[in-house]
Design a protein around this ligand. Structure first.
Ligand code: SF4
Ligand code: SF4
Length: 333
């Protein structure tokens, strides 16, 4: 564990920009923060708990041109050589690792892979849980270094730097880092304890697979969906929602685009026969919760919710995923 006397996150950005990386970092926009491509460390602001929208678009853009076509020509768009995301929270790093399992595990998505293999991840440990955060309930430590190249912790203004991967080591070699003292290590442990105690939301995931299995036909899902307006905000902000649609823009000449889609939209499952397996909004809403807390658990052995709380914070009618999952009935008539 090392200590940096300056602002490591900002200095790393400057260095990466000099090396030609495309750098994504948190930028303050109005009352909230979002990840943007930055041209200078001065644009960034690390005084945040989490960003409004997840950074999944770094490897899985909201709209992505897959091919350009003309009468005879097809060409693949260029992919960036070197990408970096700086200041990403541990829940969102876990989100990237879950997306890897979708886009790289059984069938390799070449567009995702091209970005992911060139991605450097500089994580930023949390000092405080946000109002809607519940990552600790879904097995994530808000100071975890899993999946990052370097993890930075802000310890009373001092930046503690943990170098995790070879790429991180290569980058860190450009900075003057000193060994952390015994006091620093102790203070970091204290901070981690304090963060874990700062969660106001806890979700009971005990026997969840079994509870979800039993509750599938419960009227509970109709009740939960009463106020839902099928806006799709929850899925757009989520770091682990991966549904997309592909369409062509142009007839003889144009582009084929992949764009995020949402299981909350009525047309999402409409089949060409005009049959729709999920025509009712409560079925679509139920699907979202089952995707996160049952289907992917059965298929991949992992919950597909990282407890970032974004969907709860932004839902216009106040549907709160933590509350919904906590209240899944254990006994169903
Ligand atoms: S954000 Fe809320 S209202 Fe919109 S689709 Fe999701 S649950 Fe429904
Ligand atoms: S489902 Fe909600 S709380 Fe869970 S990862 Fe997605 S946005 Fe975050």
């Amino acid at each position: 564990m090392k200590v940096y006397s300056g602002n490591f996150l900002k200095d790393v950005i400057t260095r990466l920009l000099e090396e030609g990386y495309r750098v994504y970092a948190p930028v303050k926009e109005g009352n909230y923060h979002v990840f943007r491509v930055v041209k200078s460390a001065d644009e960034t602001d690390f005084d945040y708990i989490n960003t409004k929208k997840s950074p999944k678009e770094v490897t899985f853009p909201e709209n992505e041109v897959l091919i350009k076509y003309g009468e005879w020509v097809e060409e693949l768009p260029e992919q960036p050589d070197r990408l970096a995301i700086v200041g990403i929270r541990p829940c969102d790093v876990k989100g990237i690792r879950l997306m890897d399992r979708v886009f790289l595990e059984d069938i390799t998505d070449p567009y995702y892979e091209a970005k992911r293999k060139n991605l450097l991840i500089i994580g930023y440990a949390c000092n405080q849980a946000g109002d809607y955060c519940f990552c600790s309930s879904v097995g994530i430590k808000p100071y975890s270094s899993e999946g990052v190249d370097i993890l930075v912790t802000n310890l009373n203004g001092r930046q503690i730097v943990e170098v995790v991967s070879d790429a991180g080591k290569e980058l860190a070699a450009n900075f003057e880092l000193t060994d952390a003292s015994a006091e620093d290590i102790e203070a970091k442990k204290e901070l981690e304890k304090k963060v874990m105690e700062s969660f106001t939301r806890k979700v009971d995931t005990e026997n969840l697979e079994e509870r979800m299995k039993r509750a599938f036909d419960s009227d509970y899902w109709r009740e939960v969906a009463t106020n839902c307006i099928s806006c799709g905000t929850c899925t757009y902000l989520c770091p682990t929602c991966f549904c997309f649609d592909i369409f062509d823009d142009g007839e003889l000449k144009g582009v084929r685009i992949r764009a995020w889609d949402s299981c909350q939209f009525p047309l999402h499952t409409l089949e060409s026969s005009s049959h729709n397996p999920r025509p009712e909004k409560w079925q679509r809403l139920r699907n979202r919760f089952y995707d996160k807390f049952y289907y992917m658990l059965v298929r991949k052995g992992e919950l597909y919710c990282v407890g970032c709380g974004r969907c709860s914070a932004a839902c216009p009618v106040g549907i709160d995923i933590a509350e919904v999952i906590d209240n899944v009935p254990s006994e169903v008539e």
